[in-house]
Every structure is written in C-alpha cells, then in structure tokens.
Design a protein around this ligand. Structure first.
Ligand code: DQA
Length: 150
C-alpha cells in the first residue's frame, strides 16, 4: 500500500508569505512543504506536495492521487468555494481526504463559509495558519492507522 500523502494547494497559495500576511501569515509555501514533510516522517509517511493556479491541473492530480496515494490533503484556495469539478474528482476517490485552510473561513466573508471540498472530506481544519498542515498530517496518519487495523 502507498505511504505517500498527496498535498494539493490551489490558486494564489504560491504567494504565501507575501500575500495578505495579516490573514495568511508570513510562512511561505516552500516552508509549509518542509514542515509537512517533517511532520509526516515519524508516521512513516512521505509527502508529494504540489501547487497549481489551474483548476483542471488540480483535477488531473486528484485523479492521479486516486490510485497512487494513501490519502489527499487539500487546500483548494478559492476553488474551495466554486469548484464542482474538484468535488467530483474527490468524490471519485476511495482514499481519505482532509481539507485544510490557513484562515478561519467562518470568521470571514459569507461566500467563504461554503466549501464544496468539505462534502468529500473526512474533516476540515481551518484557522491555525501554517500549523494546520501539520495537524492535517496528524489527522491523516490517524485515519490511515485506523483503516489499517479495521
Ligand atoms: C484559503 C481560504 C480561501 O477562501 C482563499 O480563497 C484562499 C486561501 C485559506 O487557506 O485560508 O486562497 O483556502
């Protein structure tokens, strides 16, 4: 069985560190990549960390992860609130999905309160900044451990 977690990041997350730091913090996506891999290691998990500004590319990667990965952690950025295509791709997966966001969506504009991704996810982590990715790795490790022992 695969021990790789696919971590997908959507549009504008390549700008982390400089993009609205009062909302998203000062940590760059490259730093988050390192934090995520370090957190996965003690769980004997590897991380395949990717970012795209293109909806279709994210759909292609989810389809790839469906057969090659143990689970998917996804921050779909603004596509969270708009993309039925990403929802459908995630629903086609039988591997677990954990949704993560840096900001607390529910403290923000009304249009960010709805997520298509949540419908396909085991759970949602939001509001903990970059640390949310570490929490998502821990959650995924627990989910995979439980599934193995079931
Ligand atoms: C985000 C929240 C989204 O509403 C926003 O469009 C993003 C980032 C977050 O991580 O807090 O791009 O997903």
């Amino acid at each position: 069985m695969s021990r790789v977690i696919l971590v997908l990041n959507g549009p504008n997350l390549n700008l982390l560190g400089t993009r609205e730091p009062e909302i998203y913090g000062h940590t760059s996506l490259e730093d988050i990549k390192g934090m995520t891999a370090a957190r996965a290691k003690p769980h004997s998990l590897d991380v395949d960390f990717r970012q795209s500004n293109k909806e279709g590319e994210l759909v292609d990667w989810i389809q790839e992860g469906r057969t090659k990965s143990a689970g998917i952690i996804i921050n779909a950025g603004a596509y969270t609130h708009t993309s039925v295509a990403i929802l459908d791709a995630l629903l086609a997966c039988t591997i677990p999905v954990v949704e993560v966001h840096l900001s607390n969506l529910f403290k923000r504009e009304e249009f960010r309160h709805h997520s298509y991704v949540t419908k396909a996810s085991v759970g949602l982590i939001c509001g903990f900044g970059a640390q949310g990715y570490e929490l998502a790795v821990d959650a995924m490790a627990q989910i995979l451990k439980k599934a193995k022992s079931a």
